[in-house]
Design a protein around this ligand. Structure first.
Ligand SMILES: [Mg+2]
Length: 457
């Protein structure tokens, strides 16, 4: 795992000290000796993690952190505050400034490497999501996030897996009012509980009489539903080896007993905040993809989706020697509906039509709004005669009950014409298939509308 770490400290010897240790672990290192330079480097360069000294003249570390976290261009870069004194007040100030983690001077090697690696891993996940979100939608992802970002005040839902009663009670006390805490004393039960409940963090004790806690970590990482659930390991002094193994397995953080309440709440908050941020990004990527292939008015697939999928369905049918049919439907005299009832009235008719259409096709059928008042349904595994029956059912469903317009009980009669075609044995193409359906539709229109015409396969 390689990453670019920015080391910020006003004393060059301190910078050099951290730089050497990071270089030894093959990290790329950037340096700055004051706040403004650090901010500029973050704005310009691809910084993955910032190690930030608190005590600096002019602009101190708290202020640098606050500025980085309030700028959407740099707010996602993890910041680790390095405090000279093990002072609780400094940790609290750092967290208020938005720091993701903190280390105390002199910096312990294990702590330095584990915190940095864990943050780098989280950052690369965030980066990938940010990239996907911003390439699929041409809207500032930061703006989207700031608009939707879930309140940080919501109490996180947390699971503690620990079989020692005294330890459970201590942690319950520490997290009272800070977390909605569930307890599992049995690790197997804890695993299933984690898989079934949307926890925002799982804390796993290493102190089981005859169970390997790392097995639980690896199980949680391999299950889809818990893959992104943050894991904090609660370890004992002297378990450095186990912690390193845990980090390799993908745990997100650890705490050493005896557990300090400030540190516990701080680390928990950091994990929850990152999880919420990434969940938000993931949701926006999914939503973006859906928007790209969905017709906003009717909720059916759009033409872009049809264009990209029809060829695949066609090829599959030909390869498997299975039938495939297509229908093109066109609402009759739709222009008159728009002229009489306005575009809002027209939209209502389209939505209701889509609803009735959806009701009459199967899950495997692909129903799309082709454009305007034209809809296409692709029916895999369907012979022409069957497709014709489906088309007839849809035609009848539309004609049989008038459509409601507006809220004052007004209704109008709507009819639809349908053209059906099927894949021919021998040589056929998607374009020819669509062309035949189009011709059939034309015949239905010229034959008096409100009817189905099928082109024999
Ligand atoms: Mg300093």
């Amino acid at each position: 795992m390689t990453a670019r770490i920015l080391v910020v400290d006003d004393i060059p010897a301190n910078v050099r000290l951290l730089e050497v240790r990071l270089l030894a672990e093959y990290f790329e290192v950037l340096t700055a000796t004051n706040g403004p330079d650090a901010i500029e480097t973050c704005e310009n360069g691809k910084v993955d993690v910032v190690l930030l000294d608190v005590m600096m003249p002019d602009m101190d570390g708290f202020e640098v952190c606050r500025r980085l976290k309030s700028d959407p261009a740099t707010s996602h870069i993890p910041v680790v505050m390095i405090t000279a004194l093990d002072q609780v007040s400094d940790r609290v100030r750092g967290l208020e400034a938005g720091a993701d983690d903190f280390l105390t001077k002199p910096v312990n090697d294990l702590q330095l490497m584990t915190r940095v690696k864990s943050l780098v891993r989280l950052k690369s996940l965030t980066d990938e999501l940010r990239l996907r979100a911003s390439t699929t939608r041409n809207i500032g992802i930061e703006e989207l996030l700031s608009r939707n970002f879930a309140s940080e005040d919501t109490t996180p839902k947390v699971l503690l897996i620990d079989e020692r009663k005294s330890s459970v009670e201590r942690i319950q006390k520490m997290l009272r009012d800070r977390a909605d805490l569930d307890i599992a004393s049995d690790p197997h039960a804890g695993f299933f509980q984690a898989a079934e409940t949307p926890y925002e963090c799982v804390m796993i004790s290493t102190a089981f009489a005859d169970f390997d806690p790392l097995r639980l970590c690896s199980q949680l990482r391999s299950l889809d539903r818990t893959r992104f659930m943050p894991i904090i390991l609660l370890a004992e002094e002297g378990e450095e080896e186990r912690i390193i193994r845990g980090l390799e397995l993908g745990i997100n953080d650890y705490l050493m007993r005896p557990i300090d309440q400030q540190e516990l709440t701080a680390r928990l908050r950091t994990q929850v905040r990152r999880k919420r941020y990434n969940d938000q990004l993931r949701a926006s990527v999914t939503q973006t993809i859906e928007m790209a292939v969905t017709d906003g008015l009717t909720g059916l697939h759009n033409r872009r989706y049809l264009d990209s999928h029809l060829q695949t369905l066609f090829d599959r049918a030909v390869a498997r020697r299975r039938p495939l049919s297509v229908m093109i439907t066109d609402l009759d005299r739709f222009k008159a509906i728009n002229d009489t009832y306005g575009h809002d009235g027209g939209d209502e008719v389209l939505r209701e039509f889509a609803r009735r259409l959806r009701k009459n096709v199967r899950g495997i059928d692909l129903a799309c709004r082709f454009g305007g008042e034209e809809f296409v349904v692709v029916m895999p595994d369907t012979e022409g005669v069957v497709a014709e029956k489906v088309a007839e059912r849809i035609r009848a469903e539309i004609a049989q009950a008038p459509f409601a317009i507006g809220s004052d009980g007004k209704t109008i009669e709507v009819t639809v014409s349908v053209g059906v075609s099927s894949v021919l044995k021998g040589v056929d193409t998607v374009a020819a298939l669509m062309k035949r359906a189009d011709l059939a539709l034309y015949e239905a229109k010229s034959g008096g509308r409100n009817r189905v015409v099928a082109k024999a396969a």
